[in-house]
Write a protein that binds this ligand. Structure first.
Ligand code: PMP
Length: 344
């Protein structure tokens, strides 16, 4: 009898079941045990594969989508790439309305995955008919058989992580996790994972990572939206200038803020110490863990799990570019080898 060929049916079968990596070097001066769930191992190289697949399959189950229909979203980031990838396999058109601020590289990546990309002016307000929000909504309203993913306001974003990320972490840690720490953007990752973990063990402490310039931490503390908290910052995918309904603030114990500069340096440090090439928000979550350790949050028995959401290759012209780092003034306070151009 012929032996069965051991192959995956398509890339969607590779989504989820990402590895948990013990961090040793970058944490060597910290008390506790530290693990990262490395979401770059998803086929689209980020945690957003999970929500793209889940939301699209739920729409199929409800009979909203059939092959040839259209999926619409408003991001040039990881979610856009994941939706485009799922659309390729399932035979949907993928339309992404993105801001003209998006880099040409990112737009090319989406087009490489077969997406139709509409570039909308960045300088207009969210309610202007030309804004990428309004363009996406209009296309969705006018197009029968279309689904608008709307990740910031879609409860299925939480559900995707409740059904996959949460159970995976519980199993990988054999139920011994004490702390769960994740960056919060839409809030889907932290909320869905925390809901599952707290159902298993209410004592698991859940800490969200927010950016300076974002409203999430203040909203968590006061339940009030404070627009004075809002100002521009550089980390993408972390923090927000509005309150997403995809965040369940009740399952998060507290938020901690990190700076653009420290997060960038910490991401670079993860790559150089752990050999794990990660994105900007992985630096942010690791930076938060360092700050929490300094505050005495952990002890010898702590099993701390953090999410590394995506891959470093998406940040070559940002945190992994010495020129970019220099232009931000991120090398001003230190004199490392990076600051010295070596000429031969
Ligand atoms: N990191 C990166 C790189 C992201 O793109 C996102 C998503 N915006 C996050 C972290 C945060 O994940 P979530 O949206 O599930 O809160």
């Amino acid at each position: 009898m012929k032996q069965k060929i051991n192959a995956y049916d398509n890339v969607l079968d590779l989504i989820g079941n990402t590895p948990l990596l013990k961090l040793k070097k970058i944490t060597q001066n910290l008390i506790g045990n530290f693990y990262a769930k490395v979401e770059a191992f998803n086929p689209g190289h980020s945690s957003k594969d999970r929500i793209a697949l889940h939301i699209i399959e739920e729409a199929e189950r409800k009979g909203i989508l059939k092959p040839g229909d259209t999926i619409i979203e408003t991001t040039s980031g990881n979610t856009g790439f994941s939706i485009a990838m799922v659309s390729v396999i399932k035979g949907y058109d993928c339309i992404l309305a993105v801001s003209s601020k998006s880099s040409p590289d990112k737009i090319d990546m989406l087009r490489a995955m077969g997406a139709k990309v509409y570039v909308c002016p960045a300088h207009v307000s969210a309610d202007d008919p030309r804004s990428y929000y309004q363009v996406a909504r209009r296309m969705h309203d006018e197009m029968k058989g279309s689904v608008y993913i709307n990740q910031y306001f879609n409860e299925l974003n939480i559900d995707a992580h409740y059904q996959s990320t949460g159970p995976e972490i519980w199993e990988q840690t054999a139920g011994q996790i004490t702390h769960f720490i994740a960056c919060s953007g839409t809030g889907g990752t932290i909320s869905g994972t925390a809901r599952f973990l707290k159902e298993k063990n209410p004592a698991v402490k859940v800490i969200g990572v927010d950016a300076y310039g974002s409203v999430l931490k203040k909203y968590h503390e006061t339940r009030e939206f404070d627009s004075d908290e809002i100002y521009p910052y550089r980390i993408e995918g972390l923090g927000k200038n509005l309150i997403p309904t995809a965040t369940d603030f009740d399952v998060i114990d507290k938020f901690i803020k990190v700076t653009d500069e420290e997060s960038a340096h910490t991401a670079r440090e993860i790559s150089k110490t752990e050999g794990c090439f990660v994105g900007y928000t992985s630096g942010a979550v690791m930076q938060a863990v360092k700050q929490l350790a300094e505050e005495g949050e952990f002890d010898e028995n702590s099993n701390v799990v953090m999410i590394f959401p995506d891959h470093g290759s998406r940040y070559m012209s940002k945190i992994y570019s010495d020129d970019w780092m220099r232009a931000q003034g991120f090398f001003d306070a230190i004199n490392t080898e990076e600051t010295q151009k070596i000429e031969y």
